[in-house]
Ligand binder design. Structure first.
Ligand code: ATP
Ligand code: SF4
Ligand code: MG
Length: 333
């Protein structure tokens, strides 16, 4: 598992998730492992259903306790979050690790002003007066680039545009100055121009405050612009983990290469829009060995064996039997 120069802020080891269903236990993710250094910005990519969201929710222990069974280690700041009591976990959530989602409207309460909601996110963790909570909320709105924050503070969520609401969510997520922010497709519901503004905002806030970022997205272009490292998930497993510059030019897993070749910039240059044939196997029909095998143009005898992540270059790991011998196209050649 690659680590940055600093001691990791977060070290996830052998994280496996299954859901209890009427038909028995359904495995979803398997032996997920990665680490995040303080202040690092990491893109978590993969097609729909690969397990990105459930991995983010597992880190914060936000999955339904009655049906989700999570095993492994989630060591954050030296403490395994899976071993914390529910009360201590609530103290970590929002204060040390925050998460924002795709649809800000569903995360905001329509009957309270945005100022009250941001202030409350702070007052849950720090005992300050209402007046100080409000001052902090106004400051937080200013930080995320909302004009006239004193006035906006007293407005209700429905009075704001989608982009403004997502800025409010970011203000709420960052008001306690968490060490880690998990952003799950935070721009998908927004117009293209607003998407770019929110992505820029997340990057600049992370740079300024030192908050590490896990950016869950389908958009590898956003990862290239925002993050320093990229983790690819496929069918519930991490299949590649590498510095962005390295993986863009020289991906080592055929799946990452396929995702990169579907990037519009590259396709335009080559005059083709490549996409990966086939689809992600469903959790109840996972093939043995390499899970990408049925879709892989490079599959060979031996690929049906179980494959661990292996180091292929400095800070670059891949889960592919042929990782060192294949010369795979990236987005920048
Ligand atoms: N509560 C649940 N019970 C059973 N299966 C679930 C539950 N939540 C998610 N899953 C399954 O877990 C797998 C991973 O889902 P997840 O939402 O993490 O994918 P994702 O990578 O975030 O996809 P997308 O890009 O569409 O958001 C999917 O097969 C999904 O159907
Ligand atoms: S292990 Fe084999 S099937 Fe799997 S990605 Fe590598 S080459 Fe393709
Ligand atoms: Mg998701």
């Amino acid at each position: 598992m690659p680590t940055g120069a600093a001691a990791p802020l977060l070290a996830v080891r052998d994280l496996s998730l299954s859901f209890a269903t009427a038909g028995g236990s359904l495995p979803i993710t398997r032996n997920v492992g990665f680490s995040i250094a303080p202040g690092e910005r990491v893109g978590l990519v993969g097609e729909s259903g690969c397990g990105k969201t459930v991995t983010g929710l597992s880190l914060l222990r936000l999955l339904p306790a009655h049906s989700a069974h999570v095993r492994g280690e989630i060591v954050f700041d030296g403490v395994d979050l899976l071993k914390l009591s529910p009360r201590r976990m609530r103290a970590v959530r929002g204060r040390d690790i925050a998460m924002i989602f795709q649809e800000p409207m569903s995360a905001l309460d329509p009957v309270f002003t945005v100022g009250d909601q941001i202030s409350e996110a702070y007052r849950v963790h720090f005992p300050v007066s209402r007046a100080e909570g409000r001052d902090r909320a106004i400051e937080a709105l200013r930080e995320v680039g909302i004009p006239a924050p004193e006035r906006r503070c007293d407005e209700y969520p429905h009075q704001l545009s989608g982009g403004m609401r997502q800025r409010v969510m970011i203000a709420m997520a960052l008001i306690c100055k968490p060490k880690l922010l998990i952003a799950d497709e935070p721009t998908t519901a927004l117009d293209v121009t607003v998407q770019a503004q929110i992505t820029d905002l997340l990057r600049s806030l992370s740079e300024r405050t030192g908050t590490a970022l896990i950016f869950i997205t389908h958009d590898l272009g956003v990862v290239a612009e925002t993050c320093t490292r990229m983790i690819t998930m496929y069918a519930g497993e991490v299949v590649e983990d590498a510095p962005v510059d390295d993986v863009l030019t020289r991906p080592r897993h055929p799946y990452t290469s396929g995702l990169l070749r579907s990037l519009p910039g590259l396709s335009a240059r080559r005059g083709v829009l490549s996409s990966i044939p086939g689809r992600v196997p469903s959790p109840n029909a996972m093939p043995a060995g390499c899970r990408f095998r049925a879709r892989c143009a490079h599959a060979a005898a031996g690929c049906e064996r179980e494959q661990a992540m292996v180091a292929v270059d400095a800070g670059h790991d891949a889960r592919c039997w042929r990782a060192t011998e294949l010369a795979l196209p990236g987005a920048v050649n």
